[in-house]
Ligand binder design. Structure first.
Ligand SMILES: [Zn+2]
Length: 229
């Protein structure tokens, strides 16, 4: 992969996977986006004081016997608090996913596969209680993983819906970060309690699916030292 230098301070920028298109310079905290041949400066990132979180860039873990490493992260705020999503680079694809996410909220850890585009209408058409059908096309893409997840039912009910805004970025990410963009996130459950998340993103909507596990199940290495852990 082509090497890029930070346009602000000249330090080498790390892109460890072709799926990462943006990164925050480790030295001067500039936020940059990679294009084919050049690099674009988007702004400067504040340091996120997150002293109580043991996860960090470089933390390694395991899911379904395949290793992954945290290479980036984003914090999302909503009106009742925030959650953290970590961008994962896999050692090899997991269930056809080339990369994934680890969502961390209130002590819960959810492994998420690469999201799929979902052809649904805009968020304004839906409320808590609305039914969303997962089309055959999507359920085929979800593949073997979700035959167990979906069970017999392809209809999901929205159990929670909220608007979130990205407030902090760290490391590499698979898109160009945009703090002004608000996203509507819907949590869905099927009758047999399978869970899915839909991100309504304007022109494109994405479906996230995965598994909630205990902290210990990921066999994390290279954690940050946190007092009291
Ligand atoms: Zn820099």
């Amino acid at each position: 992969m082509k090497d890029f230098l930070c346009p602000q301070c000249g330090a080498g920028l790390k892109f460890t996977t072709s799926y990462a298109v943006s990164t925050v310079c480790e030295y001067c905290r500039s936020l940059v986006v990679r294009h084919d041949l050049n690099i674009e400066l988007l702004g400067k990132e504040a340091i996120l004081q997150d002293d109580l979180n043991p996860l960090q860039i470089g933390t390694r873990g395991v899911f379904q016997k395949t290793g992954f490493v945290i290479i980036g992260g984003v914090r999302l705020n909503h009106h009742e608090g925030y959650w953290q999503e970590w961008f994962l680079q896999f050692n090899s694809p997991i269930q056809n996913s080339r990369y994934g996410w680890l969502a961390q909220a209130q002590g819960e850890y959810q492994f998420l596969f690469e999201p799929l585009e979902l052809p649904v209408e805009s968020a304004s058409k839906y409320n808590v209680g609305s039914t969303v059908s997962v089309t055959d096309d999507v359920s085929k893409k979800l593949g073997t993983w979700t035959s167990s997840l979906l069970g017999d039912s392809s209809a999901f009910k929205i159990i929670d819906m909220r608007t979130a805004q990205m407030t902090h970025f760290v490391g590499q990410l698979p898109w160009a970060p945009d703090k002004d963009r608000k996203r509507t996130i819907a949590e869905l459950a099927s009758t047999d309690d399978a869970k899915l998340t839909i991100e309504f993103g304007g022109s494109k909507n994405y479906i996230y699916y995965g598994q909630v596990l205990n902290f210990e199940d990921f066999n994390f290495q290279n954690l940050k030292e946190v007092k009291g852990w």
